[in-house]
Design a protein around this ligand. Structure first.
Ligand SMILES: NC(=O)c1ccc[n+]([C@@H]2O[C@H](COP(=O)([O-])OP(=O)(O)OC[C@H]3O[C@@H](n4cnc5c(N)ncnc54)[C@H](OP(=O)(O)O)[C@@H]3O)[C@@H](O)[C@H]2O)c1
Length: 184
């Protein structure tokens, strides 16, 4: 089973406004997100799940939460990334897609084989403190990735910022999860 992460971020890896919600309207990126996620098992943070209420109609979302309540009202939940990966694996999923937000991306990065990224040519924070903004982790800091797909799009009438679509593959596959144990 493959673990991937899909995210859109600005030049400083900002993924959302401090109060929640995307800092841009980019239908081209929304389409990429929809197309990539269609029908798949997804790992989603409790905050993003609530923000995207009603969106997960065609998917199998697993919601990451610390809550141990019997009925969280969140559907299928997991309390750790390991648990979510095991649940998806045991469910026969060929892929688990981590869809964010920031806290979940940070926790799941060590498990990811592929990153499906949209690098948006914007600086969302302006003069504000970057600490206040949810961000994608510094994925290039400790892991080597090879670019397997790259596509540039200029800004246009519907998409007011230029963006790069990137697909990156971990050079050495992560051994942290089911389906990879035979490689150890
Ligand atoms: N640009 C993008 O690609 C993109 C993608 C997705 C989301 N977003 C944005 O990101 C923002 C939300 O990001 P966020 O970081 O604030 O919230 P988040 O990651 O969506 O959700 C955070 C919550 O998930 C649970 N959680 C996170 N890590 C966990 C762990 N290791 N173990 C157990 N539970 C864990 C906790 O839920 P409990 O509090 O229930 O314990 C935590 O409060 C939203 O505004 C959304 O619009 C952007």
């Amino acid at each position: 089973m493959k673990v991937s992460m899909i995210a859109a971020m600005d030049r400083h890896r900002v993924i959302a406004k401090p109060e929640g919600g995307l800092p841009w309207k980019l239908p081209r990126d929304v389409k990429r997100f929809r197309d990539y996620c269609a029908g798949k098992h997804l790992l989603v943070g409790r905050r993003t799940f609530e923000e995207m209420d009603g969106w997960f109609t065609d998917h199998k979302p697993i919601v990451l939460t610390h809550s141990r309540e019997h009925d969280t009202g969140l559907g299928q939940t997991a309390h750790t990334v390991e648990e979510a990966v095991t649940e998806a694996f045991e469910d026969g999923a060929p892929e688990l897609v981590v869809v964010g937000g920031g806290a979940v991306f940070a926790a799941a990065l060590p498990f990811a084989d592929e990153l499906v990224l949209t690098r948006v040519d914007l600086e969302v924070a302006g003069g504000d403190d970057l600490e206040d903004y949810p961000r994608f982790p510094d994925y290039e800091a400790e892991v080597e990735w090879e670019t397997i797909h790259e596509e540039h799009h200029e800004a246009d009438v519907e998409n007011p910022a230029a963006m790069n679509f990137l697909t990156l593959r971990r050079v050495r596959p992560s051994s942290l999860r089911p389906g990879r144990l035979h490689l150890l």
